[in-house]
Design a protein around this ligand. Structure first.
Ligand code: SF4
Length: 195
């Protein structure tokens, strides 16, 4: 089945592409992430993915849109619930691109991260899939998250320090948020969140 794989960053793609290839699916990567700010961070993640895709022979399509103004305008009134918009705009663009370019299905590397809201991503993906007439596949890549991150580190890929938007960059330095994350990681026996 021809599958378009939305990719949030190269490190997260490592385990996802590996899993799909082992299952006999050769995905086509898709870069569309207007949620990553500021521009140098956006460029670092995009360029790292471009290089990694070349290295592993992965076809990569792009909607190269640094969307700071549009993204922040859309979420500014309720920035504590911004992730819903963030998932929706990325899943919508991926579903539309998949439909317009003859893909049978789409999915996203966001589903590798134990720190993202899986239920919301899956519900959003399914909704966008219905809207554009293309199947959303709710892969669960999470069991290989650590392995993928370790491989990415060993390969020397650029590893981001925060999820993407300016708000998540702010939270990286917020004492309150640090405490919440520390509590969560302690409960789950994990290290610090990268994405
Ligand atoms: S925290 Fe991450 S998922 Fe949520 S809005 Fe920001 S970039 Fe998007």
């Amino acid at each position: 089945m021809s599958t378009l794989l939305h990719i949030c960053c190269a490190p997260c793609s490592v385990a996802c592409v590996k899993t799909l290839r082992e299952e006999g699916t050769e995905p086509t990567g898709f870069w569309y992430n207007p949620n990553i700010h500021p521009f140098l961070e956006y460029k670092a993640r995009r360029d790292t993915l471009r290089q990694y895709a070349r290295d592993i022979g992965l076809e990569l399509r792009e909607e190269d849109d640094y969307g700071l103004r549009q993204f922040t305008a859309a979420v500014a009134q309720d920035c504590d619930h911004r992730c819903g918009y963030c998932y929706a705009c990325r899943m919508e663009h991926t579903a539309r691109y998949a439909a317009e370019n003859g893909f049978a299905a789409f999915s996203t590397t966001l589903l590798v991260s134990p720190y993202q809201d899986r239920a919301l991503i899956c519900a959003t993906g399914a909704r966008m899939g219905e809207r554009y007439g293309v199947e959303f596949i709710p892969y669960d890549f999470r069991p290989r998250f650590r392995e993928g991150q370790e491989e990415a580190r060993a390969l020397g890929l650029y590893m981001q320090k925060y999820c993407g938007c300016v708000y998540s960059e702010e939270e990286r330095f917020s004492n309150r948020r640090k405490k919440e994350l520390h509590k969560l990681h302690k409960e789950q026996g994990r290290g610090a969140a990268q994405c």
